[in-house]
Design a binder for this molecule. Structure first.
Ligand SMILES: NC(=O)C1=CN([C@@H]2O[C@H](COP(=O)(O)OP(=O)(O)OC[C@H]3O[C@@H](n4cnc5c(N)ncnc54)[C@H](O)[C@@H]3O)[C@@H](O)[C@H]2O)C=CC1
Ligand SMILES: CC(C)CC(=O)C(=O)O
Ligand SMILES: [Mg+2]
Length: 360
């Protein structure tokens, strides 16, 4: 039987809670689609600091290197903010993993689920126009990885983009648009930033090779506003590291909750790390109320992009939609609900086993 080796890095806060549900759902897929998973659990982030003294222990990195894909929860939280910045979970574990595996291409797909527009904080007439956006975020360069300086009286972060770094993510965006609605909106701040001017220049060069795709450039401040005014105007949003980070949280909120937005971070060899777009949510950790859907949908992206198991990936996405339709949701999606994290996971796993179809 085909067996996939997965490095499972649950991390901190709600990470272990939502990861448990993703594993449940993956197990249901393995049974229905007749393949197997070999899960290799490893410490990462604050959990690793507390256990072995560093956020990304060599054994965890080795586990990732020896696996077919990484399923990641989330890292960080107030317990570790007193540490020097380069030892904190976010930088020492997550950014390091992204850099180590050169996971430059971050996909964050956001949409309204059929019949669930009311989850969105946007007005119903805006929601009625629909939203189906793929945010493509450059993930291994830009201001998160540039030189940093700190003195007693000042601090600086540097944004540097090389042509090649912009080229490779732009190509991914145009290719993604070919399989979607043929539109790329490239986000920058070319009116004030030198890196933004280069970004726009390179995107225009790549656009020449994709005459079937319409390209539009939008300043990031306008993009933040347009997303709220009319998200239906966007197909693929091409973003640098910082702007993609910020706008994808906005996408999550527009679709209904941070707990709905999955992500895939992929390198040029097709190796990937899959994680919810949100963080460790310390405010709700341990309460069994975290929404596991983003983690579960990230597992679906893993099946699609790392293992080419499209039927299983679609079965998960379908089951999540069906779960939403039966209104089995955590309170981030409906404050009147008392459904637990595990109940959502159980329902989705059961829907996969029973081959339940979403109504749409
Ligand atoms: N990939 C990662 O590991 C990331 C880690 N972080 C870290 O996480 C910690 C908390 O960061 P925040 O800024 O508070 O962002 P966050 O995304 O963890 O939480 C923001 C808000 O969204 C809610 N939320 C997030 N995921 C949810 C879910 N699955 N179900 C229901 N509600 C959910 C939280 O309860 C909170 O109210 C920080 O240490 C931060 O650095 C933040 C983003 C990504
Ligand atoms: C904690 C950051 C390093 C990551 C983040 O916010 C994200 O990937 O969305
Ligand atoms: Mg973020």
């Amino acid at each position: 039987m085909k067996t996939y080796n997965i490095a499972v890095l649950a991390g901190d806060g709600i990470g272990p809670e939502v990861m448990a549900e993703a594993i449940k759902v993956l197990d249901a897929c393995a049974e229905r689609f007749e393949f197997a998973f070999n899960y290799r659990h490893a410490f990462v982030g604050g959990a690793a600091i507390d256990t072995v003294g560093e956020a990304l222990p060599p054994s965890t990195l080795a586990c990732c290197e020896q696996s077919d894909a990484i399923l990641f929860g989330s890292v960080g939280g107030p317990a570790w903010t007193h540490l020097p910045p380069d030892q904190q979970p976010e930088r020492a574990a997550l950014l390091k993993l992204r850099q180590h595996f050169d996971l430059f291409c971050n996909l964050r797909p956001a949409k309204f689920y059929q019949g669930f527009n009311h989850l969105s904080p946007l007005r119903s007439d805006i929601c009625a126009k629909g939203m189906d956006i793929l945010c493509l975020r450059e993930l291994t360069s830009g201001i998160y990885f540039g030189a940093k300086e700190r003195t007693a009286t000042a601090a600086s972060d540097t944004q540097t983009y090389q042509r090649d770094e912009i080229r490779r993510i732009a190509i991914k965006a145009f290719q993604a648009a070919q399989a979607r609605r043929q539109k790329v909106t490239s986000i920058d701040k070319a009116n004030v930033m030198a890196s933004g001017i280069l970004w726009r220049e390179v995107v225009n060069e790549i656009a020449q090779d994709f005459p079937d795709i319409s390209v539009e450039h939008m300043y990031v401040d306008n993009a933040a506003m347009q997303l709220i005014r009319d998200p239906s105007q966007f197909d693929v949003m091409l973003c640098d590291n910082l702007f993609g980070d910020i706008l994808s949280d906005e996408l999550a909120a527009i679709s209904g909750s941070m707990g709905l937005l999955p992500s895939a971070s992929i390198n040029s060899q097709g190796f990937g790390l899959y994680e919810p777009a949100g963080g460790s949510a310390p405010d709700i950790a341990g309460l069994s109320i975290a929404n596991p859907m983003a983690q579960i949908l990230s597992a679906a992206l893993m099946l699609r992009h790392s293992f080419a198991e499209e039927a299983a990936a679609s079965a998960i996405e379908n089951a999540v939609a069906a779960c939403l339709q039966t209104h089995c949701v955590t309170r981030d999606l409906d404050p009147n609900q008392t459904v637990s994290t595990a109940q959502v996971g159980d329902t989705i796993a059961q829907m996969i086993t029973e081959e339940v179809a979403a109504w749409a």
